[in-house]
Design a protein around this ligand. Structure first.
Ligand code: DGY
Length: 321
């Protein structure tokens, strides 16, 4: 009998077919809907491998329903949807997809920064709505990005890739991280700051820290109050790092100027969410790594990891060593 692989989201034929060469494969086929929990729990009882996405909660309950589960290949660099300790207790290898999405996610983060600073979405809607009647000196003016100070909170691979882009815009680069990043300091002139100092100095505060017990709720009202009134806040990491209500209040009180957000506390964002009524908020549907090339590479990485674990080889991107 071939090993059974369950894929929790619809993936392109090329990915399904690659897995189907060696395995019995089943996939959740409703493109825009997450697999219901009870179906996932039923499938895991028969699965040797799961290919999961960030909306799947991979926890003790799921592992306790597993029969012969060996590997969970999560299609993301973030693994906050997975209980790693529970996985290790149950002897299940957890793999993610680091590196392959670094530049793509950095591109999107910088796009969000530019779009928010230069009011790109608002301006495009203005044209589409037929409101463009003439050129005017102060029509839809935004704020400059070049030669400003960027403050990156979470200087990992994506943070460093954003810093490289910022260097190309002649920005001063400040960062806050658990550890000093000597390479970024030497190569990009990045300067380490305490979180408070970074918030006080930066024109753009970019959150790229991973979601962990230490970073959950890291940004509270007092943090937004420390920022400049002209500052723009960008989050391309995980929603729960921010106290969303605090951010809404800070924007309403004009304590900061604008926010560009690719991630939210509860995704998808519901249609009546206050962010969607704010002109100075650019909200995107968690598309940091969403280029065709990168998404295909992420899925291929998941396939390779599944194959490695099932063949008793060391997977390339094992998380729970
Ligand atoms: C990740 O990789 O963690 C992203 O948020 C999903 O694309």
């Amino acid at each position: 009998m071939k090993p059974f692989v369950y894929v929790t989201r619809q993936v392109p034929d090329a990915i399904f077919e690659r897995l189907a060469i060696k395995y019995d494969v089943e996939m959740w086929k409703e493109a825009d809907k997450a697999v219901p929990r009870e179906i996932l729990l039923e499938k895991v009882s028969k699965a040797d491998a799961l290919l999961t996405v960030i909306t799947d909660v991979v926890d003790e309950e799921l592992f306790s329903r597993a029969g012969s589960l060996k590997v969970v290949a999560n299609m993301a660099v973030g693994i906050d949807n997975i209980d790693l300790d529970a996985a290790s207790r149950h002897g299940v290898s957890i793999c993610n997809t680091p590196d392959v999405l670094t530049d793509t996610t950095a591109d999107l983060t910088f796009t969000l920064l530019l779009a928010t600073a230069r009011r790109v979405i608002e301006a495009a809607e203005f044209v589409k709505d037929g409101k463009w009647t003439s050129w005017a000196p102060m029509m839809l003016v935004g704020t400059d990005v070049h030669h400003k100070k960027i403050g990156i909170v979470g200087m990992g691979k994506i943070g460093t890739a954003v810093a490289k882009r910022a260097a190309g815009f002649d920005m001063d680069i400040l960062y806050h991280n658990r550890n000093r990043h000597e390479v970024a300091e030497e190569m990009l002139g990045a300067q380490y700051r305490s979180l408070d100092a970074l918030l006080e100095e930066a024109d753009f505060v970019i959150c790229l820290a991973p979601l962990t017990d230490d970073t959950r709720g890291l940004f509270q009202r007092e943090h937004f109050q420390k920022m400049k009134n002209e500052a723009i806040f960008i989050n391309a990491s995980r929603g729960p790092i921010i106290n969303e209500q605090a951010l809404i209040e800070a924007l309403e009180a004009k304590e900061i100027a604008a926010a560009g957000l690719d991630v939210f506390d509860k995704e998808p964002l519901h249609a009546a969410h206050p962010f969607l009524t704010m002109k100075n908020v650019v909200a995107l549907p968690h598309i940091g790594s969403a280029s065709k090339e990168t998404r295909m590479t992420m899925m291929m990485t998941c396939c390779e990891n599944i194959e490695a674990v099932i063949d008793n080889r060391h997977p390339r991107t094992l998380v729970n060593k």
